[in-house]
Design a protein around this ligand. Structure first.
Ligand SMILES: CCCCCCCC/C=C\CCCCCCCCCCCCCCCC(=O)SCCNC(=O)CCNC(=O)[C@H](O)C(C)(C)COP(=O)(O)OP(=O)(O)OC[C@H]1O[C@@H](n2cnc3c(N)ncnc32)[C@H](O)[C@@H]1OP(=O)(O)O
Ligand SMILES: Cc1cc2nc3c(=O)[nH]c(=O)nc-3n(C[C@H](O)[C@H](O)[C@H](O)COP(=O)(O)OP(=O)(O)OC[C@H]3O[C@@H](n4cnc5c(N)ncnc54)[C@H](O)[C@@H]3O)c2cc1C
Length: 664
């Protein structure tokens, strides 16, 4: 049967080169080719099916994780996939698994914090998956406050070993992914004690389970922490609990790049800053920013395609009703999310570059850019994950009632995504780290230390404190220099106001505690400025393809102007813009929405997502929504029988009883 493209009419209106935009989204022609090939490979392999995930029991679901992981690993070896291809494979399989923590945290932690000798010993085993590792930092009683961890690693000079112990219930490791059932090893973050002295938190490689029969080793109590939010979603992951009862490990299993314990039990600190113990978190936070663009773009793709298919009201003379995407309210909710997906893509690319740069510097013992890398990764992780979590929920609402069906793909996407606001650092706790960095920067102004990198704009603080926006007509808001000046002035004024208010307190700590809500807002303003700046810088590069740059520029303006509109209180209160200029933002936004409207299907097609990856009837490429929704309903296990299983036990007696009562 011929397949009908229900979105064909939309696609015929597109004014730019979608294939060229696919390359921009993927990052390069080669990246697009790899993504395309691997996504099709996954979609065509029945082991990677995921349409039944929300109706599987927890055990069945976890079993699919094991099966998919083993199959993925087999394919990686058979096809000799490169690291990039394997990582795309993981992405398109789209199921949280212990492998994520093994490759995403265990291995990077050994690379970042292990000595050369330790890397030589452990990395080959990990690369060949002869051991499975996880990252066990968080405890029942402490997650955000890493310095508050209670697990101890006490050096015993008699045997040249550390004794790992969980002294209290609250010291039980709690949450680590992969710990519950799959991992054989873990990176345990625990307090190092030598000769009765506590040296704070350090990382240790600890074997948890036998490599022969997978049973826990003596002194180790271990299990899964239980079912989590939503059907399917993150329940494919075995987040675990772990307790140690005086478990001994050799001394050389403490990661010793940052500090060492000698055979005699002497604690030595190297020149490397102690914050490097937190290095794996910086790495993962950076990857989470790119992941945010993927999750948001996926939700936006579903909501955009469905909004073009769905019609409500407005029929003239019996003609078709209005496509809901043509309602200005729908555009006002949806298009800024589309713009954000692109914005996070580009800031994610930049952050990857920043991370690579800081890593190269660290290898050469240059630690100068570490504070900025920490502030950027922490702040952008927080900004993008919060906006993405909210954005996915908005996309569900944009799809009306059908968005609430699991077959829309949105409930599971929301459930699997939202912990990103918490893991790898609670978003508020991370923004407070950014504000500390900003307050330090402000306090150093005038001391001769020139702010650099993402805080370079603070170097013109005197100008930024008093400059006035010169927008007179709505089109003036399209000038990148005008947008940047407004965002810089807002960020600088908010930070300086916080710094001035902090100085009124007798201690910095007291001021920080009291003003933390304002400090968080200043951090958000700074992070939004980074995203806007990096998007504008992206547009300064050569971008080939008919109309591609124009569409990206329109989205950049939508991203920036919708933020000015949303946070106009900040911009107005600080005098960065006038009420008249704020209203011109709205005029310009409406005109930008009209400009991108014919192109939105092309802009989401450019993500190049397969229907398998999207996992959504509402977001199908062909827009054939209604017949497929109807078909899908009959697949529900409740529809296996016409009369439900409990009929004779519960419904029939009730009905009969009512009959008897009626007769009485
Ligand atoms: C089924 C399919 C399978 C398919 C398989 C296919 C095969 C696979 C092949 C390939 C696949 C590849 C897959 C890869 C996938 C990767 C995905 C990864 C997914 C990960 C999922 C995430 C899981 C979540 C994991 C976690 O959550 S781990 C735990 C995280 N915990 C936290 O984040 C805790 C947050 N708290 C903190 O970080 C700190 O406590 C604090 C808040 C920063 C405070 O710390 P502290 O008290 O010590 O500091 P302060 O006193 O505030 O500051 C002291 C100074 O230190 C500076 N500082 C702080 N932190 C840092 C840092 N990180 N770096 C640098 N500097 C830092 C701070 O600024 C202060 O500086 P100063 O100058 O002011 O002194
Ligand atoms: C799905 C998932 C997977 C995870 N995987 C891992 C893993 O693999 N390995 C691992 O080690 N951990 C893992 N974690 C744990 C995760 O890193 C922690 O949950 C996270 O760091 C937050 O810490 P918390 O739970 O202690 O939150 P809390 O710190 O208890 O936060 C509770 C509330 O207090 C607020 N709060 C806390 N401190 C402050 C402050 N100073 N100022 C203002 N407000 C504050 C927070 O904003 C939040 O609203 C995972 C968690 C989840 C949900």
């Amino acid at each position: 049967m011929e397949e009908i493209d229900h979105l064909g009419h939309e696609r015929s209106k597109i004014e730019f080169d979608v294939e060229a935009m696919k390359i921009v989204w993927a990052g390069s022609q080669r990246a697009l080719e790899v993504s395309d090939r691997i996504s099709r490979l996954v979609a065509s392999d029945p082991i990677f099916r995921k349409d039944d995930r929300t109706i599987l029991s927890r055990k069945e679901l976890f079993n699919t994780t094991l099966r998919k992981s083993a199959h993925a690993w087999k394919r990686i070896i058979e096809l000799r996939l490169t690291e990039e291809e394997a990582s795309r494979l993981r992405f398109y399989i789209d199921q949280p698994a212990f492998m994520d923590l093994h490759w995403g945290m265990f291995i990077p932690a050994i690379k970042g914090q292990g000595t050369e000798e330790q890397q030589k010993k452990w990395l080959p085993l990990a690369y060949k998956m002869q051991i499975i590792g996880c990252y066990a930092q968080t405890e029942l009683g402490h997650g955000s406050n890493v310095q508050g961890l209670e697990t101890t690693a006490t050096f015993d000079p008699k045997t040249d070993e550390f004794i790992l112990h969980s002294p209290t219930l609250t010291s039980s490791k709690w949450w680590p992914g992969g710990l519950g059932k799959a991992s054989t090893h873990a990176l345990i973050y625990s307090r190092l004690i030598t000769d009765g002295q506590d040296h704070g938190v350090h990382g240790f490689i600890v074997q948890l389970r036998s490599l022969d029969d997978h049973l826990p080793l003596p002194g180790i109590t271990i299990g899964d922490i239980g079912i989590k939010f939503g059907n399917g979603a993150y329940n494919s992951m075995d987040n675990g609990v772990l307790r140690f009862d005086h478990v001994r490990i050799p001394r050389d299993q403490m990661l010793m790049r940052v500090s060492q314990v000698t055979r005699e039990g002497k604690y030595l600190q190297s020149d490397v800053p102690r914050q490097l113990v937190y290095g794996t978190m910086v790495y993962v936070r950076q990857t989470i920013v790119s992941d945010a663009s993927c999750a948001l773009s996926r939700a936006v793709c579903i909501a955009t395609r469905y909004s073009a298919v769905r019609r409500q009201f407005g029929s003239q003379d019996g003609g078709p009703e209005t496509q809901v995407i043509d309602y200005k309210t729908q555009q006002n909710r949806l298009f800024p999310l589309l713009a954000s997906a692109y914005a996070y893509r580009f800031v994610g690319e930049w952050l990857k570059w920043l991370y690579t740069d800081v890593t190269q510097r660290l290898q050469a013992n240059d630690f100068s850019t570490l504070p900025e890398a920490h502030a950027c990764t922490a702040g952008l992780k927080s900004l993008t994950t919060s906006a993405t979590a909210d954005g996915i929920e908005e996309c569900r609402k944009l799809c009306g009632g059908h968005g609430y069906l699991c077959s829309s793909g949105l409930p599971e996407l929301f459930a699997v995504y939202i912990p990103a606001c918490t893991y790898e650092g609670d978003n508020i706790v991370l923004l407070l780290q950014v504000s500390r960095f900003l307050m330090k920067t402000v306090s150093q102004l005038g001391s001769g230390i020139k702010p650099v990198g993402t805080t370079a704009y603070m170097g013109q603080v005197e100008h930024l404190m008093q400059c006035h926006c010169d927008v007179q007509r709505a089109e003036d808001w399209l000038k990148p220099s005008v947008i940047l000046a407004a965002f810089q002035a807002r960020a600088a004024r908010m930070s300086v106001a916080c710094a001035q208010n902090l100085s009124k307190f007798s201690s910095q700590e007291e001021g920080f505690a009291e003003l933390s809500a304002d400090l968080v807002e200043a951090a958000v303003a700074h992070c939004q400025l980074i995203v806007v700046t990096k998007y504008i810088e992206k547009l300064q590069q050569a971008i080939p393809g008919k109309g591609v740059k124009e569409q990206l520029a329109a989205l950049c303006n939508i991203y920036a102007l919708s933020l000015i509109h949303k946070h106009q209180g900040d911009f107005l209160a600080n005098g960065c813009i006038t009420p008249k200029q704020a209203s011109l933002v709205n005029w310009q936004l409406r005109s930008l929405y009209a400009q991108v409207r014919p192109n939105v299907i092309g802009l989401v097609d450019a993500f190049n997502y397969t229907d398998h990856y999207l996992g959504s009837i509402l977001g199908r490429y062909d827009g054939n929504v209604y017949p497929k929704l109807y078909e899908e309903a009959w697949k529900d296990p409740l529809n296996d029988s016409v009369v439900p299983d409990g009929y004779h036990e519960f419904i029939r007696p009730m009905l009969k009883q009512q009959l008897r009562t009626a007769r009485l």
